[in-house]
Design a protein. Structure first.
Length: 151
């Protein structure tokens, strides 16, 4: 379920609000291979299933930056700001990769509003997104995302 804010100003009262969770997404080898092609990162732990089967994870794993990039998919699934002319990704304050994402795993994003403040022409919000791996005690990625919304 998506948490909806009526306008950017509503975000100013949102720190501490848990936004819920996205849908689960399976990380298959095709997605990993496409990311490797897009970034030029063809390290064997990501793209060589035979060699990776003998490696430290027992199978290929998603790139950390692939996992990070899923924040762009998950954030709109958990948070919507209405009555905006535009919203932009402004950056990240902190990124951590506590656990690898083995091929075939399912991941989802959950989020909490950490802070919100007025900026020139709009509102800047920091959402701590935790990308979970189904069945794992440790998350795949924890990101403090920064977005700006303009009325």
């Amino acid at each position: 379920m998506t948490t909806v804010f009526n306008n950017p100003s509503a975000l100013l009262d949102a720190p501490g609000t848990h936004l819920g969770y996205s849908e689960w997404l399976e990380i298959d080898q095709r997605r990993i291979d496409l990311f490797a092609d897009a970034t030029g990162d063809h390290q064997w732990i990501h793209v060589d299933p035979e060699r990776a089967a003998q490696g430290p994870f027992g199978k290929t794993i998603a790139h950390g930056y692939l996992t990070l990039s899923l924040a762009n998919q998950f954030l709109p699934e958990i948070m919507q700001v209405d009555n905006v002319s535009m919203g932009v990704n402004y950056g990240c304050e902190k990124v951590r990769f506590p656990a690898p994402v083995p091929v075939g795993s399912r991941v989802r994003g959950g989020g909490e509003v950490i802070s919100a403040e007025e900026v020139k022409g709009g509102v800047q919000v920091v959402v701590r997104m935790t990308i979970e791996i189904e069945g794992s005690e440790r998350p795949a990625c924890v990101i403090d995302t920064i977005s700006r919304f303009f009325p």
